[in-house]
Design a protein around this ligand. Structure first.
Ligand code: NAD
Ligand code: TDX
Length: 331
C-alpha cells in the first residue's frame, strides 16, 4: 500500500514509520509542517525507494487533495499534542486538530481512501485514583483540556463522516506513549534530560496522577493491525496495562540513572490536571488478535534512558527553550 502519514516527523509518527518500513512492504509519504515538535532527524536513514517527505500543513486543502489522491490509505498522526501548550495558547490546537482533520477527511471521502485517525484516551476525561474502572470504547466523551477537547472534536468529525459520507475510516485511542524521539517537553524525556544536565526532575503537584504507559512500538503494531483487519466505522482502544503514578516513574528514572530516588522537586500543578487514565484494550486483543510486545516497563524505560544518553544532538537544540517556557509557569 501507499500510505500517506501525517505528522510523521513527530514522536509517534516517526516511530510508526520506522516500524512500518521494517515490518511491511508499504511505501510511506510523510506530510508534516515541521512545527517546533517535528524533527527531520527522526527520519534519517530510511530507504529512499520506499519513503519520501513533503513539508506542508494539513489545513492546506490543495496540497492535501493532491497527496491523498495518490495514496491508498491515510494514517493521521499530525496534531498539536501537548496539554501544557494548549493551556497557554489553544488556537493552534483548533486549527490543526479540528480544521486539519476536517481538511483530510474531506479529501479522503472525495478520493475514497482508507483513513485511520490516531487519537488519545484523554477524550474520555479522567478516572478517580481508587476507581477499578478503565476506559472502554463505550465510555462517554468528557475531555478536560483544550488539547483533549480538540482531539475529541476531531474524533467526532471522523465518526460523522463515516455515518454521513461513508468515509472508510477507523479510529484508535491510545494511552501515554514512551520511547525514542519524544520531545523534551513531555514528562519522561524532560526528566531524563534534566538528570543528564544536572537539573532536578520536576513533578507536578504531589505526583499521584496515574498514566497508562505503552511503548511506541506497541502503538505502531496496533495501528498496523487495525489498518489490516479493523472494521470500517469502528473505534479501538490501544493500551498495554501499564498504569503507574508520576512519582513512581520519576523515582524509577532517578534510580536507573544512579541518583537518589528523592532527588526531585515538586512544582506548580497543571490546571485541570487529569487524575488517572486507564485503558481496557480487550476489543483490540480479542477481535483483531493484537498483543503488546513490551511487557516490562522498567526494561523499556531503561532502553529509552540509554537512547537519550546516546542521542544528545537530537534533543539538545530544544532543551533550553523548553525549560525557559516551563520556568515562566513556575514548572
Ligand atoms: P508530536 O507533537 O511529537 O508530533 C506532532 C507532529 O505533527 C510534528 O511532527 C508536527 O510538526 C506535526 N504537525 C503539527 N501540526 C501540523 C500541521 N498543521 N500540519 C502538518 N503537520 C503538523 O505528537 P505525538 O506525541 O507524536 O502525537 C502524535 C499523535 O498521536 C497525535 O494525534 C496525538 O494526539 C496522538 N497520541 C499521542 C499520545 C502520546 O502519548 N504522545 C498518546 C495517544 C495519542
Ligand atoms: O514536567 C512534568 N512534570 C509532570 O509531573 C511534565 C511535563 C508532566 N508531568 C505530569 C503531567 C501528567 O500527569 O506527567 C504526566 C504526563 O505528562 P505529559 O507527558 O505532558 O503527558 P499527558 O498530559 O498525560 O498527555 C500525553 O498522553 C496522551 C501526550 O502528551 C498526549 O499527546 C496524549 O494524548
Amino acid at each position: 500500500m501507499r500510505l500517506l502519514v501525517t505528522g510523521g516527523a513527530g514522536f509517534i509518527g516517526s516511530n510508526f514509520i520506522h516500524y512500518a518500513l521494517a515490518h511491511t512492504d508499504h511505501h510511506v509519504t510523510v506530510l508534516d509542517k515541521l512545527t517546533y515538535a517535528g524533527n527531520l532527524e527522526s527520519l534519517m536513514g530510511l530507504p529512499s525507494d520506499r519513503f519520501n517527505f513533503v513539508q506542508g500543513d494539513i489545513v492546506d486543502a490543495a496540497l492535501v487533495d493532491e497527496l491523498v489522491g495518490v495514496a491508498d490509505a491515510v494514517v493521521h498522526y499530525a496534531a498539536e499534542s501537548h496539554n501544557d501548550n494548549s493551556l497557554r495558547d489553544p488556537r493552534p490546537f483548533l486549527d490543526t486538530n479540528i480544521v486539519g482533520t476536517y481538511t483530510l477527511i474531506e479529501a479522503a471521502r472525495r478520493h475514497g481512501n482508507r483513513f485511520h485517525h490516531i487519537s488519545t484516551d484523554e477524550v474520555y476525561g479522567d478516572l478517580e485514583l481508587d476507581d477499578p474502572a478503565r476506559f472502554t470504547e463505550s465510555t462517554p466523551y468528557n475531555p478536560s483540556s483544550p488539547y483533549s477537547s480538540t482531539k475529541a472534536g476531531s474524533d467526532l468529525l471522523v465518526r460523522a463522516w463515516v455515518r454521513s459520507f461513508d468515509l472508510q475510516a477507523t479510529i484508535s485511542n491510545c494511552s501515554n506513549n514512551y520511547g525514542p524521539y519524544q520531545h523534551v517537553e513531555k514528562f519522561i524525556p524532560r526528566q531524563i534530560t534534566n538528570v543528564i544536565d544536572g537539573i532536578r526532575p520536576k513533578l507536578y503537584g504531589e505526583g499521584k496522577n496515574v498514566r497508562d504507559w505503552i511503548h511506541a512500538d506497541d502503538h505502531s503494531s496496533a495501528v498496523l493491525t487495525i489498518l489490516e483487519k479493523g472494521l470500517i466505522g469502528e473505534t479501538y482502544l490501544i493500551g498495554a496495562d501499564g498504569e503507574k503514578n508520576n512519582k513512581d516513574v520519576v523515582e524509577l528514572i532517578l534510580t536507573e540513572m544512579g541518583q537518589q530516588p528523592d532527588a526531585y522537586d515538586h512544582v506548580v500543578d497543571r490546571p485541570g490536571h487529569d487524575l488517572r487514565y486507564a485503558i481496557d484494550s480487550t476489543k483490540l486483543r480479542t477481535e483483531l488478535d493484537w498483543a503488546p510486545q513490551y511487557q516490562d516497563f522498567e526494561a523499556g524505560l531503561g532502553a529509552t534512558i540509554q537512547w537519550y544518553r546516546d542521542n544528545q544532538s537530537w534533543w539538545r537544540p530544544q532543551k533550553a527553550a523548553t525549560e525557559a517556557k516551563y520556568k515562566e509557569q513556575g514548572q
